[in-house]
Design a protein around this ligand. Structure first.
Ligand SMILES: NC(=O)c1ccc[n+]([C@@H]2O[C@H](COP(=O)([O-])OP(=O)(O)OC[C@H]3O[C@@H](n4cnc5c(N)ncnc54)[C@H](O)[C@@H]3O)[C@@H](O)[C@H]2O)c1
Length: 225
């Protein structure tokens, strides 16, 4: 099948392109490389070394306060002995999925297209739901890290429920990789391997979405010594 991957230079798009190509699909990547320009502007690199021609074709692994996803950040923080930075109470509930399952979901979706005339179909790509504080405790228990509760830079409720179902992907053959079965361990290995590339000054979130919290320094001072 001919597949166009939009944002194919990014965290989700690159492994999707590699996986589908490996499965015999004909892949075209469309990407304006804006993410790489952001790296240069923010002077922060992916934890994993990204090169224009890499033999290993490694995926990016963002850990910084603005672009890093929460699990990656926690794993990296634990790997370098930094407290896990939980925003607010950590009562935010988030959905998680292993990148391997992300690419499999895309394959399932493109190989099971809707029939002509069908209603639009929405497929939820997620395999697990956790509260951020529970995720922090999980990582802290496994890796022996401390937890630091910082003011939440985002404008959001302190706690939320997330009722999300992935029945459709499960019915179409998705076999989820859970945190306990692999996701935690793989991320841990990446974080440990590239820990020397961490710039600690990029860990705390620099962007703020709340009035009265104008500078990132407000957050930095909250970090325990
Ligand atoms: N990373 C996750 O865990 C996750 C989870 C759920 C949903 N998502 C969503 O998946 C999407 C991709 O996320 P990601 O983590 O791969 O982000 P990313 O920043 O790593 O990748 C996005 C890619 O899109 C490219 N891009 C941005 N604007 C473009 C434009 N106008 N034209 C062409 N290319 C453009 C960027 O250069 C980058 O390579 C986002 O919408 C994100 O919200 C990500």
């Amino acid at each position: 099948m001919r597949v166009m991957v939009l944002g194919g230079d990014g965290f989700c798009g690159w492994p999707t392109s590699l996986y589908l190509s490996d499965r015999g699909h004909d892949i075209t990547i469309v990407d304006n490389l804006s993410r790489r320009k952001i790296d240069i502007e923010l002077e922060v690199e992916s934890l994993t070394p990204i090169h224009p021609v890499s033999e290993r074709l490694i995926n990016r692994f963002d850990y910084d306060g603005d672009y890093g996803t929460v699990l990656n950040r926690f794993l990296m923080q634990a790997a370098i002995g930094h407290p896990l930075t939980v925003h607010g109470t950590g009562g935010q509930t988030r959905a998680f999925i292993h990148i391997r399952d992300t690419v499999r979901c895309i394959e399932i979706a493109i190989t099971n297209p809707p029939l002509a005339g069908d209603k639009p179909r929405v497929l939820n790509q997620m395999t697990e739901v956790h509260r951020v504080m529970d995720l922090a405790k999980m990582v802290a228990d496994v890796m022996g890290a401390d937890i630091a509760y910082l003011p939440n830079p985002r404008r959001e409720a302190e706690e939320n429920d997330l009722n999300v179902r992935n029945d459709q992907f499960l019915a179409l053959g998705l076999k989820p990789t859970t945190l306990s079965e692999g996701l935690l361990d793989e991320g841990r290995q990446v974080a440990a391997r590239y820990r020397d590339r961490v710039d600690p000054s990029k860990i705390v979130c620099r962007s703020v979405w709340r009035a009265g919290m104008e500078t990132a320094d407000d957050l930095v001072t909250e970090l325990p010594a």
